[in-house]
Design a protein around this ligand. Structure first.
Ligand code: 7PJ
Length: 278
């Protein structure tokens, strides 16, 4: 069963998107894969472990993170995208909000754009329309530097759903076909643990929009709040959350631990059957 075409690739869903942060400050793997050669090795390991996509990011969006300039982000991600796309036959996604980074990344071989700001940065929609690549639109309340200070919702599920509906409508109106869009509730982005849990429990409501759902739950702090485990001990909790998300309609799970997540999704796929996964 295919859930998304990425250029020459069609994905079998539920699929794992492996995370490759080329940042000095990401919350779990910050600083580990900054050079192109270590990044390439990690990308190869994730591809070997069964990742369907590798998501490459040069700006940390962890709570409290400061932004980086466009040129610095380009200098971080482009050599890695070039090195990985030259060596590994796997679609690459670029985790960015900046139009200049989107253009440079696609020119270097990226097949998809993953934007935690849902193309709201100035010029981002125009860049995406020009590039005509699949785009993941994610919900975030506020900005990374301050988003965890006072997240506030009267109905988190309704508000996130409405935001994504509005963004999809604006993107379609601007010239992006719906078939190029994915949606993501943005776990941990301006949300308290109770908000994240409510969103995960009600993820099905997002599938009414008829678009593939991407989720990122890997090692996030809500899992720490639930289990009491620190970052290094959140893999079992991450796998449980991934399976819950797929059971509620998620097509792509963004994860640090590719082999383990893929095994968990295979069990979900065997039990749920692929037909029910849109
Ligand atoms: C997400 C993301 C997510 C999407 C990050 C981390 C924090 N992109 N980028 N969804 N999280 N689409 O790596 O856990 O949840 S950065």
């Amino acid at each position: 069963m295919n859930c998304l075409r990425l250029g020459d690739f069609s994905l079998d869903c539920p699929a794992v998107m492996g995370i490759l942060n080329v940042t000095p400050d990401s919350f779990f793997d910050g600083g580990k894969f900054v050079s192109a050669s270590t990044a390439l090795r990690h990308a190869e390991a994730m591809a070997h472990a069964g990742a369907a996509i590798i998501d490459i990011g040069g700006e940390s969006t962890r709570p409290g993170a400061q932004g980086v300039g466009e040129q610095e982000e380009i200098d971080r991600v482009i050599p890695v995208i070039e090195a990985v796309s030259a060596r590994i036959d796997i679609p690459l996604s670029v985790d960015t909000s900046k139009p200049g980074v989107m253009r440079a990344a696609v020119a270097a071989g990226a097949a998809m754009i993953n934007d935690v700001r849902a193309l709201q940065q100035e010029g981002a929609i125009e860049a995406a329309v020009e590039l005509q690549k699949p785009v993941c639109l994610m919900h975030m309340q506020g900005e990374p530097r301050t988003m965890q200070h006072h997240p506030e919702y009267s109905d988190v599920v309704a508000e996130v759903t409405q935001f994504l509906r509005d963004r999809v409508a604006e993107c379609v109106q601007a010239g992006l076909d719906e078939s190029l869009l994915l949606i993501d509730p943005g776990f941990g982005f301006g949300k308290a643990p109770a908000d994240n849990i409510e969103l995960l429990a009600n993820l099905r409501q997002l599938s009414d929009m008829g678009l593939p759902i991407l989720v990122g739950v890997s090692r996030k702090s809500t899992l720490g709040a639930i289990t009491g485990q620190d970052l290094d001990h959140r893999l079992p909790a991450s796998l449980a959350a991934a399976v819950m998300a797929v059971d509620r309609g998620a097509s792509i799970v963004r994860a640090h631990d590719v082999a383990e997540t893929l095994d968990a999704l295979k069990v979900a796929r065997a039990v749920i059957g692929t037909d029910e996964i849109e």
